[in-house]
Design a protein around this ligand. Sequence first.
Ligand code: SF4
Ligand code: SF4
Length: 341
Amino acid sequence: MTVYLVPWDSGRNLMKEANRLYDAAGTFDCVQKDDLVAVKLHVGELGNPYYVQPFFVHDIIRRVKEAGGKPFLTDSNTYYHAQRNNAYDHMVTALTNGFNMAPFIVADGLRSENYRLVKTKGILQEIEVSGAVAEADAMIVVSHDKGHELSGFGGAIKNLGMGCTPRAGKLRQHRTVGLEIDESKCIGCGKCKEICEMSLPEIIEGKARNTSPLCMRCPMCKHGCPMEAISFTHQENICRALASAAYGVLSTFKANKVSYVSFAKDITPYCDCLPNPGEAVMKDVGIFASNSPVSIDAAFLGMIDYKVFNDASHVDCMLQVQEAKDLGIKGEVKPKITKIS
Ligand code: SF4
Ligand code: SF4
């Protein structure tokens, strides 16, 4: 299953090159007349400059319309309390970051309660799929390739698995991971409790404890601990959960109705959801297009030294790709890559 690539070369008109890429990959072949087409993207966290540049998205919207579809921008709310935790704040963030080229419909509704529960395969038995995604006729998944603290890597599979699920689905996935506090390192300072939006860790006899079933396995307390006493366990589970959720999301579409475009630019070790993701850790690679999430993610990872992601996250970022393949999502873990020259 071929993946097409425009190498990132600012000596070329990348918008024109991107259009040649879409033609070669058949990106808009999934769109038929009057289809309601979800253009699934991440509109960026306020303060984080690394997200897909709006002019590329503008052109994707134009191409969907040319193909006869009715495009809308979409994403699901975050499960943690930040700038995209409800539809109002999410829409303000989208507009502030320049995404005004089509209606922005928050896929899971005002307070993340609009979803469809579907059966899936793998580590999860079922997954909540955000309503506007589940109801769309076709979808163009526009991803920004980068590292991710929990899963090693975030690309198309994560954009499906995490990005197309509401708060309940995101929690279901995150809770496959464990959280451990190393008592020998903990000095009982209470910073983890201060930073946790639910004040979950308890300080008992000078040591932090967290046994609450409400814990979201967000990285906040881990980041805030001055002694590096907090760590995640069983991180491989969230890689499997992403693939499992992605399978469920794709089950809401008919065959060949989802297409993928990934931008490997401004590649940071951590995710777009942080306001401060750190410096880019490698050169910009390019723009990929494919009709498979497995192939498009594998193509990017196959072109870079992804050890930098693995070292930052302590998990193998190829695991989610292999798991998606093993579950039967179409694609190859060693795809053919055709460069648009
Ligand atoms: S991971 Fe830490 S900060 Fe996040 S909910 Fe759990 S205890 Fe709170
Ligand atoms: S922030 Fe770290 S050192 Fe401080 S109480 Fe929490 S776990 Fe212990």
